[in-house]
Design a protein around this ligand. Structure first.
Ligand code: ATP
Length: 233
């Protein structure tokens, strides 16, 4: 589905992403872990078109999308959420879901049914008429998450989706993720909550100092001595 080859992104003298190779196959939930400052967000920004890479190639469904901007990648089915949320804060929960869906020329009735169903899935249906800014951070993250799903995204990148969550909301998020996964969505998720990522990931990628240091079965990667060293060292 997605193939990244020799991807490099520099900021001045800092090599934030260094010759990264990775693939994402349809139906996976790929977890990305790594210490603070290891390049996870920059990797995600570069793949999704927030940043342009300095080197490397990004292919989606066998098409070269290396230089496509964020909006074009979104139209191709690559969705994402942001660590610093990007909701329409003064609009209602319902409007946050419907406005982008209508801009995408979705049929209004289909979009309304989908919005209602997704709101029920993340237990936000009683908040539909509230302004987004009045929700808790966790609820805002859930809203941004289902908005990405509403936008016909097939491959969805999540940047620390459970950051700021009340502990009892984490399971709600993980259950929703697995339900959407069961319907055919593919996910790539950066997360510091290791128990959460171990629960849902079908594959785990560990990065350190801008490089992929392990990629494979979650339990094997988590136990990899280099990964343990990167976290503790
Ligand atoms: N816009 C930027 N300008 C300059 N340097 C940047 C920029 N964004 C990231 N960096 C640097 O690139 C490196 C990787 O940062 P990045 O935010 O991608 O790491 P991260 O693994 O996502 O960290 P965290 O887990 O804390 O979110 C760091 O050295 C950081 O200081």
């Amino acid at each position: 589905m997605l193939k990244v080859t020799n991807l490099t992104k520099r900021f001045g003298g800092t090599v934030a992403v260094n010759q990264v190779n990775l693939q994402v196959n349809k139906g996976e939930i790929v977890g990305i872990i790594g210490p603070n400052g290891s390049g996870k967000s920059t990797l995600l920004h570069t793949i999704t078109g927030v940043y342009q890479p300095d080197e490397g190639v990004i292919e989606y469904r066998n098409r070269d999308i290396t230089r496509a901007p964020l909006e074009e990648k979104a139209r191709m089915g690559i969705g994402r959420t942001f660590q610093n949320l990007r909701l329409f804060k003064r609009l209602t929960v319902w409007e946050n879901l419907m406005i982008p869906a209508i801009q995408l020329k979705k049929d209004r009735k289909v979009a309304e049914e989908e919005a209602q169903e997704l709101l029920e899935l993340v237990k936000l249906h009683n908040h539909a008429t509230e302004q987004a800014q009045n929700l808790s951070i966790g609820q805002q993250r859930l809203l941004e998450f289902i908005r990405a799903v509403m936008l016909n995204s097939e491959l969805i990148f999540l940047d620390e989706p459970t950051a700021g969550f009340h502990p009892n909301m984490i399971q709600n998020f993980l259950d929703t993720l697995q339900k959407l996964h069961a319907r055919g969505k593919t996910f790539v998720m950066i997360e510091h909550n290791i128990p959460a990522i171990m629960e849902v990931s079908t594959r785990l990628i560990a990065v350190a100092a801008g490089e992929v240091i392990a990629d494979g079965d979650p339990k094997t990667v988590h136990a990899n001595p280099q990964v343990v060293e990167a976290y503790l060292g």
